[in-house]
Design a protein around this ligand. Structure first.
Ligand SMILES: [Fe+2]
Ligand SMILES: [Fe+2]
Length: 666
């Protein structure tokens, strides 16, 4: 534990921890006198994602300068008692805290862990035999459903306020009890350079933090002194600046998470360096290419909020976040953006690259006894701000600079829920402080994202959380792109199929993944979006940021957009003369042959002869491509010396075509 408890209290807490019982911070013994730099206990322990979330975990903790050893011990949780006798050990490093020269910051990474497994852990100084309380963590599953919590702005100005923020976190973990990690959208403390505030916040949250993984983004209240970076073990890109915070990303099941640092600055981008924006583009494109179904961003100073900061210069100016970063979110096909900084609850409609809201079709279901609406394949990114998990709140922004058209971008843009309690006695510019807190539980299950927003009102229902909003997103895509290249995947419906070896070659090379039920559906017809995605993965085409201009681009499933953009840029496809792409249209042999000749960059031989009995039914535009493909061995005819130009292609045939294409091009 962080706090120097009397022995008895510590024992009670360990027992409570082992039994999984909740402890209420406000009921803890007074220990304020022990908070501070001189504690010789192990404090401020956090577990974070570091590297592959299925097999590793990062840890940070603080000690006085006496404890120079940095070891983390982990052991699989097989019983209700942690036994570290045969634990695996990982050695870390320590350095002096920039904030407080009297403390050492220790960091270590556990690696080689098993996916989807709960471990016990403790951190400490092995030589001195001093260990922390026992914590638990879960490694990410390789696939499948998962749930996490989103909170923001726990920033406490006093220890009492830190207790309030810690209670929100604890209630969130009790309410969303299957949450595998907690995303924090920044402003963790009020003054990041004051180590005391980290002691308060992380100290009072220690029981919670010992048993979850935290995924923080840096807020402007911790933008100096390496204060953010030192408190969390984060795998920031090599060479990136970390004094103001850190940007990083990670995969979790079928989702790619990008955490931005809005404490940087450049002429081109308010709040962001050019390096960071370039990294963002590359990172998102690579994630799509690797098969991420969802991309979710965590940003502190986001573009679409409804309070004080919505009309700030760094958001509204030409180089501001709304004009520069928001369009990029839509362009990069980012599904969902979680923001902090503005201390009010709001969420948007899907916002497209042009800054306009779009109107997706909706599916309605019942959840928690209430109606929940899912946006189906929305065009654009949906933004949320989960208000605050701490004390500070703002009124809704009345600035004329924003106006109705701005608020029309939102599904929820009401006045602050704390407003009915009147102005804060100490600051009448703001609603009553410490009255209302919020958090969001978010579940990603295959192609469905469900978010439920909870509120705590200190004057209602014994300050127990209740639901104030729920919404979701559905992706109606057909095929699950591969989440990773796993040559060992075995598909259940290809044994004995004539194209088995071509399909298996595609699985081994990572461009075929099949459906989530391990089937490939070899005899089903393939559509244009599916084929281009398969082709794009097979050819590993160059990354592109060009955006699609087809008149029906909004009907292109998100998992296919980057491949289709690449194929357009490579001049493999161009769409129909009426400007449409028709993503879900099935593909015939003439079309596929044409695309393959272009993909193989073969010189089209306009004079190559054709001897198929049905050569006169091949469309004129396809004739030279078919002739070239036959000449180069890319395609052969079907039975009775026919080419069958209009015959729709099955998924098995597509796999065979691509396998042949790779042989021809290699
Ligand atoms: Fe804040
Ligand atoms: Fe902020």
């Amino acid at each position: 534990m962080f706090m120097k408890f009397k022995k008895g209290s510590a024992t009670i807490l360990s027992v409570a921890l082992v039994l999984g019982l909740a402890t209420v911070p406000s009921a803890l013994p007074a220990y304020a006198e022990s908070l501070g730099n001189t504690s010789n206990e192990i404090s401020k322990i956090t577990a974070t994602f570091y590297g592959d979330t299925t097999s590793s975990k990062g840890f940070t903790w603080y000690t006085s300068k006496v404890f120079t050893g940095s070891t983390v011990q982990v052991t699989k949780k097989t019983s209700s008692n942690a036994d570290f006798t045969n634990a695996i050990e990982f050695e870390g490093t320590s350095s002096l805290s920039t904030n407080s020269g009297e403390e050492l910051v220790h960091k270590a990474v556990a690696t080689g862990l098993e996916a989807n497994t709960t471990y016990y852990y403790r951190v400490g100084d092995k030589e001195r035999g001093t260990w922390s309380e026992t914590g638990t963590f879960l490694t990410a599953p390789k696939s499948g459903e998962f749930t996490f919590i989103d909170i923001a702005d726990t920033q406490a100005k006093s220890e009492d306020e830190a207790i309030l923020s810690a209670e929100t976190l604890e209630k969130a973990l009790q309410t969303v009890d299957n949450a595998q990690f907690v995303v924090h959208n920044g402003d963790i403390v009020d003054t990041g350079t004051k180590e005391e505030q980290w002691n308060w916040l992380l100290g009072h949250s220690q029981e919670s933090l010992l048993n979850t993984t935290i995924v923080p983004s840096a807020g402007n209240h911790e933008d100096e002194n390496y204060a953010f970076y030192e408190h969390f073990n984060i795998n920031a890109p090599a060479g990136s600046a970390t004094e103001t915070g850190a940007y990083y990303s990670y995969d979790y099941s079928n989702t790619h998470f990008i955490v931005l640092n809005s404490n940087e600055d450049s002429e081109k981008y308010a709040n962001f360096s050019e390096d960071q924006v370039e990294w963002l583009k590359k990172d998102a494109i690579a994630a799509k290419k690797a098969g991420a179904k969802w991309i979710i961003v965590n940003i502190h100073k986001g573009p679409y909020t409804t309070s004080n900061h919505a009309s700030d210069d760094d958001i509204m100016n030409d180089n501001g976040v709304r004009n520069q970063i928001a369009p990029l979110m839509a362009e990069l096909d980012i599904d969902f953006v979680m923001q902090g900084h503005d201390h009010i609850y709001a969420r948007t409609k899907p916002i497209a690259q042009d800054g306009k809201a779009t109107t997706p079709s909706k599916v309605t279901e019942t959840l928690n006894g209430e109606t929940i609406e899912y946006s189906v394949d929305p065009d654009g990114s949906i933004y949320i701000i989960p208000a605050t998990a701490g004390p500070k709140v703002y009124y809704k922004n009345p600035s004329e600079k924003l106006g109705d058209s701005y608020y029309n971008l939102f599904e929820r843009a009401e006045e602050n829920h704390a407003a009915p309690y009147g102005p804060d006695p100490n600051d009448d510019r703001r609603p009553k402080r410490s009255q209302i807190q919020n958090f969001v539980g978010i579940t990603v299950d295959g192609n469905k994202l469900t978010a439920v927003t909870y509120e705590i009102d200190q004057s209602k229902y014994d300050a127990k959380p209740y639901i104030v909003d729920q919404f979701g997103i559905i992706k109606q895509d057909a095929e699950t792109p591969p989440t990773s290249v796993e040559p060992t995947v075995s598909l259940k419906d290809i044994s004995g199929h004539w194209a088995k070896s071509a399909i298996e070659a595609g699985v081994a090379a990572g461009y075929i993944s099949g459906y989530s039920d391990q089937s490939f559906k070899p005899n089903a017809k393939i559509n244009r979006a599916e084929f281009i995605s398969m082709l794009g993965r097979a050819l590993q085409m160059n990354e592109t940021t060009i955006s699609l201009t087809f008149t029906d681009s909004k009907n292109i499933p998100s998992w296919a957009t980057s491949y289709i953009s690449q194929a357009v840029e490579a001049e493999i496809i161009s769409g129909y003369t009426d400007g449409t792409f028709r993503a879900d249209k099935q593909l015939n042999r003439s079309e596929i042959t044409t695309w393959m000749v272009r993909a193989a960059k073969l010189k089209v031989n306009t004079k190559a002869p054709l001897s198929f009995s049905d050569k006169n039914s091949i469309p004129t535009w396809a004739v030279p491509y078919v002739a070239t493909a036959v000449e180069e061995g890319l395609v052969t005819g079907v039975s009775q010396n026919r080419f069958a130009p209009e015959l729709m292609v099955t998924r098995a045939e597509a796999a065979a075509f691509i396998s042949k294409l790779l042989k021809v091009t290699n």
